[in-house]
Write a protein that binds this ligand. Structure first.
Ligand SMILES: NC(=O)c1ccc[n+]([C@@H]2O[C@H](COP(=O)([O-])OP(=O)(O)OC[C@H]3O[C@@H](n4cnc5c(N)ncnc54)[C@H](O)[C@@H]3O)[C@@H](O)[C@H]2O)c1
Ligand SMILES: O=C[C@H](O)CS(=O)(=O)O
Length: 471
């Protein structure tokens, strides 16, 4: 059993009520974490605020050494972390191992990127002046993260923040806090000075409000639902906090009539059913050209039928459980709505047991169905048809979301025209897993603000200072 304490100022603090962490596959209690509130949230900010001057004064190379020690320890403990992640989140162990590697890639990439925070010299208008532009760490940042990627959504924020010279207070999702504390333990072992990284669990509203009203927190980086993201935007106004928001998505997955069909089916499976469909960039609606509808549906359904539903720790499991009862009810409601509006379930469409739901393919989907408009966050693939490129681009863009979109075509001109016309922050062409540490990840419209990954990701934790110097 994993009983964790809060990690504040380099100390493990355990007092008061606990939150039980439940394995979504077995419904067993796999651990407990403190149910903290505003008092502990403020303690964490005190710690990060006191630690900031010394941390931001180190050279990028000195900060990089701490980050790489952390990276190496995570790598040494990757299987232990992955097993803990599967126990609390449910994803198959092979996916959890993949997530640990993905999470760690942000540490290694930003350990180096921190050394490339360059400034500028600007030609002055008069001979006795020199104009400089300098980048400086924004200060104490607060990171609030979701349950679906318990490790990667933390390091995708904390790696650039630490590399830039910021200090951090972190609140992981109450469903999956154990992975966060494991990462904090390894950061402690890596020798980070007290206060650089602080982890608090408990009442999200109380902790969130404490950080949002604290003027010492200069930046909040949030990954989660669009609904909570909008709330944080409102709360940020009182202290004009900087914000990065990685929010919900509703990805169109478009298969043109000239697509490599096997590649498209492979991509649809990978994108739709990763983490049992619980990712922000999952294909949420599949549009197939009418000429290839039958071929696509036949091949796609056969492969979906072969996906094994089971406990993430069991060899061979492809589809783990959904995170909770609400998730199951939402998926059931969307499938029922689709059927009532004329869709045909080709495979799946039923609960297995507990929080497990069959991987499902729905044919004859129409844009008025809930699954074609609202984020599903489950293993359900609605397939609709279209006639022309112009038509499908218009339907794909008809959404308040704008995170990820996918296009399968072998026509280069068509690929470029469609990539440019799709109103999405991420476009995958002939591939369905675009997220990497070196590239900017983020959305248009109500899918968020700012970017994570790449040199864009470190800019989110830097202020730009202009120095005009008389000589
Ligand atoms: N764009 C991305 O990169 C990305 C990545 C993962 C998940 N998501 C989105 O997140 C959603 C699923 O994750 P979730 O269910 O954890 O989202 P959520 O918004 O319910 O919770 C996310 C985090 O916010 C916290 N939170 C909840 N209410 C809060 C409040 N009032 N104040 C402060 N914090 C609060 C939660 O405790 C959790 O830590 C989906 O919509 C998914 O698309 C987006
Ligand atoms: O769910 C959101 C994640 O950001 C998905 S990914 O692993 O970064 O593609």
């Amino acid at each position: 059993m994993n009983h964790w304490s809060l990690f504040i100022n380099g100390e493990w603090i355990s007092e008061g009520e606990k939150i039980e962490v439940i394995n979504p596959s077995t419904r067993e209690i796999v651990g407990t974490v403190p149910k903290a509130g505003s008092k502990e949230a403020e303690q964490a900010v005190n710690s990060a605020y006191e630690a900031f001057p010394a941390w931001s004064s180190l050279t990028a190379g000195e900060r990089s050494e701490f980050i790489m020690k952390w990276h190496d320890l995570i790598n040494e403990h990757k299987e232990e972390i992955a097993r803990l992640m599967t126990a609390e989140q449910g994803k198959p162990l092979k996916e959890a191992m993949g997530e640990v590697a993905y999470a760690n890639s942000f540490l290694s990439w930003y350990a180096e990127e921190g050394k490339r925070i360059y400034g500028e010299m600007i030609p002055a208008s008069v001979p006795n002046k020199r104009l400089f532009v300098q980048k400086q760490a924004v200060g104490v940042i607060a990171a609030i993260t979701p349950w679906n990627f318990p490790a990667a959504m933390i390091t995708r924020k904390i790696a650039p923040a630490l590399a830039a010279g910021c200090t951090a207070v972190i609140k992981p999702a109450e469903q999956t806090p154990l992975t966060a504390f494991m990462l904090a333990k390894l950061a402690e072992e890596a020798g980070f000075p007290p206060g650089i990284i602080n982890v608090v669990t408990g009442d999200p509203k109380e902790i969130g409000e404490a950080w949002m009203r604290d003027e010492r927190v200069t930046k909040v980086t949030f990954t989660g639902s669009t609904e909570v993201g909008k709330l944080l935007m409102k709360q940020a106004a009182d202290t004009v906090k900087k914000l990065s928001l990685e929010l919900g998505g509703h990805a169109p997955f478009i298969v043109m009539n000239d697509a490599n069909l096997d590649l498209a089916v492979e991509g649809a499976i990978a994108s739709k059913f990763r983490n049992a469909g619980q990712t922000c960039v999952c294909a949420n609606r599949i549009y197939v050209h009418e000429d290839i509808k039958e071929d696509f549906l036949h091949t796609f359904s056969e492969k979906v039928k072969a996906l094994a539903v089971g406990d993430g720790l069991k060899d061979g499991s492809d589809i783990g459980p959904l995170i909770n009862e609400q998730a199951i009810l939402k998926v059931k409601a969307q499938v029922q709505d689709a059927q009532e509006k004329g869709a045909n379930v080709l495979t799946g469409g039923k609960e297995v047991s507990g929080l497990f739901y069959e991987p499902t393919v729905i044919a004859d989907a129409t844009d008025d169905m809930l699954c074609m408009k609202e984020e599903t966050f489950g293993p359900v693939a609605p397939v609709a048809t279209f006639k022309t490129m112009e038509e499908v681009i218009g339907r794909a863009n008809h959404s308040r979301y704008g995170l990820a979109a996918y296009v399968y075509t072998q026509n280069l001109s068509q690929a470029i025209k469609m990539s440019e016309a799709l109103q999405y922050g991420i476009v995958g062409v002939n591939g369905a897993l675009p997220a990497v540490a070196q590239a900017p990840f983020g959305g248009f419209k109500e899918s968020g603000l700012g970017r994570e990954g790449g040199h864009h990701g470190i800019e989110e934790f830097l202020e730009t200072k202009y120095i005009s110097m008389g000589i």
